[in-house]
Design a protein around this ligand. Structure first.
Ligand code: PLP
Length: 457
């Protein structure tokens, strides 16, 4: 049987048409018609309003595309609510998109535009991938980490407020920005977070790299704060091989971001530089892939969400395993990665024998990097039952991965202030990500659920 990966890139078949067009018209550069059209596609997507009409009939689900250029109707999965994306959501018409070479560069430029400078502090969700906080350090600023709440696993609004008060008390200065993350696609409690942010007048950057197409009250995440970040890396909801985008509040912000993304060139007939810029624009070839991917984005989201239903159903019957589902009806996760937690008391086959050998190679398949620390333990690692389950699944050809290790527990951030309640640490020790992409069939999902069940003692 083929190996079941967490989330593999899946082409629509339309990508080559746009790439060919780029070659035919000699636009093999980091700008061009594909880049512009991809930005327009994304703009239409993020400003669409989502409505789930709870029609639980036997008809095939109709996914109606918000983008008139892609009027396909796919036959998705039976017995699931019909989802309609209707006309633009009011207030979002002003939003503009800049396509960039990565999600990380999008966060970097958002922080620059918000005036983050060396010596500043930026609040960041601790439970995240390192790309959320690294751009803070690129700027010589200090990330201040805030722990999660249990419902969504994202930034806790109460702890956020405590951290702001405490930073003001300790430094006499307000943090310059707040980076909230939609981990594994799950919407955060963004209304409560915005309320706190507005009270202290601190701009919010939404890291929606994992949450492309997730909705909160029907609105696409990444459109609530000052800036929203998207990623099109190879393992994300859609891919451009590598790429990202920044959702900007308006045309003026877009222009400024574009300026910094293209080496901050001043308007003269020759190169004139008054500020430091970056080479962060998306290539016209990659944007061609992105345009092709936009034709299957809704299909991908529907499939990830369908798998979530199968997993939720399957794990309901298994004691000691909890599926991380939408906590309430405001949250409509894209379920980029489906995740579970294992009770600490749950006994898994082989758990006495784990953590005996050092791992060779970095997690996530960093190309060509053969890296070994020779070390078996760190001071905080997933429980033995979780590691035993990961190994057992691996032997069956099923890729799984521990939840992301919180940033406040990373040695590289040991000097950063952190406001902690223990929730992200506990999740890290007990959680696993499961295969979730378009390549995973209903049968695969059943096989994975059975494999997990059969390894419980
Ligand atoms: C992937 C990811 C990013 C960065 O995106 P790249 O395109 O890989 O640079 C940022 N934040 C989170 C939470 C991510 O998962």
């Amino acid at each position: 049987m083929e190996r079941k990966y967490l989330c593999l890139a899946h082409m629509s078949g339309n990508e080559m048409k746009y790439i060919q067009e780029a070659f035919d018209t000699n636009w093999v550069v980091p700008l061009g018609p594909n880049v512009n059209a991809f930005e327009e596609d994304l703009k239409r997507f993020v400003s669409s309003k989502g409505e789930v009409t709870n029609k639980l009939g036997n008809d095939p689900v109709k996914v109606l595309y918000p983008n008139e250029t892609y009027p396909q109707t796919i036959e998705a999965h039976e017995n699931e609510p019909e989802k309609l994306w209707t006309a633009s959501l009011e207030g979002l018409q002003e939003k503009e998109i800049v396509a960039l070479c990565s999600g990380t560069s999008a966060i970097h430029l958002a922080l620059i535009n918000l005036g983050v400078k060396a010596g500043d502090e930026v609040i960041c969700q601790s439970f995240t991938f390192c790309a959320s906080s690294h751009p803070v350090t690129y700027l010589g600023a200090t990330p201040v980490f805030v722990d999660s709440e249990r419902d969504t696993w994202n930034m806790c609004p109460q702890l956020l407020e405590e951290s702001i008060k405490d930073r003001i008390a300790k430094t006499g200065k307000k943090p310059k920005a707040i980076i909230v993350v939609y981990l594994y696609g799950m919407p955060a409690k963004i209304n409560e977070i915005l309320e706190v942010a507005q009270h202290y007048d601190i701009p919010v950057v939404e890291d929606a790299a994992e949450g492309l197409g997730s909705r909160y009250n029907g609105q696409v995440v990444g459109t609530f704060g000052a800036y929203g970040v998207m990623s099109f890396n190879g393992n994300k909801m859609i891919t451009t091989s590598g790429g990202g985008a920044l959702i900007c509040p308006n045309k003026e912000a877009k222009n400024r971001i574009m300026f910094f993304a293209t080496q901050a060139r001043e308007a003269f007939p020759y190169y004139q530089h008054e500020e430091i810029g970056y080479n962060y624009r998306l290539s016209n070839i990659c944007a061609g892939i992105g345009r092709g991917q936009m034709t299957v984005l809704n299909e991908h989201i529907a499939h990830h969400q369908h798998l979530a239903k199968l997993y939720a159903e399957g794990f309901k019957a298994i004691e000691g395993i909890t599926f991380h589902g939408n906590p309430d009806e405001t949250c409509d996760s894209n379920f980029w990665l489906n995740t579970i937690t294992l009770d600490a008391e749950l006994k898994v086959k082989g758990q006495k024998d784990v953590y005996k050998e050092a791992v060779v190679g970095a997690v996530g398949g960093a190309a060509g990097v053969v890296h070994t620390t020779g070390q078996v333990h760190t001071d905080c690692e997933p429980n033995a039952n979780v590691e035993a389950m990961r190994i057992a699944l691996d032997k069956l050809g099923i890729e799984s991965r521990p939840l992301w290790k919180p940033m406040h527990l990373q040695p590289v951030y040991k000097n950063s202030p952190a406001y902690i309640n223990g929730i992200s640490e506990e999740l890290f020790k007990t959680g696993l990500c499961l295969p979730s992409g378009p390549m995973i069939s209903d049968e695969d999902a059943q096989f994975i659920i059975e494999a997990i069940k059969s390894n419980i003692l």
